[in-house]
Design a protein around this ligand. Structure first.
Ligand SMILES: [Zn+2]
Length: 96
């Protein structure tokens, strides 16, 4: 399934089903806040999709402090990260 990089107002429907109670609201709130304060449409300082893909794959042992910090300040990268994570999960489902 090919997804368009559509403008999203919510990421709730993209969260994993096992997300902790209250966590979805937290993530949603953070995402809305980020969208409002740091939409970064010009992608200033973005580490690029490759770095984000590495984060998706690495999860626990990701050590790129710049990328981690940047994602917390850039709604555009959160969008990309959500996209990549979904793709990664789809791939895992297929291979299992
Ligand atoms: Zn960014």
């Amino acid at each position: 399934m090919k997804r368009k990089p559509a403008r999203r107002e919510s990421i709730l429907h993209e969260l994993p089903p096992d997300v902790a109670p209250g966590e979805a609201e937290f993530i949603e709130g953070f995402y809305r806040w980020l969208k409002a304060t740091s939409p970064n449409p010009r992608r200033i300082g973005c580490p690029g999709k490759l770095a984000l893909a590495e984060l998706v794959v690495a999860e626990s042992k990701f050590e790129d402090a710049y990328t981690l910090k940047h994602i917390g300040e850039c709604a555009a990268c959160v969008d990309d990260l959500t996209e990549l994570r979904l793709e990664y999960e789809c791939m895992n489902k297929v291979s299992k």
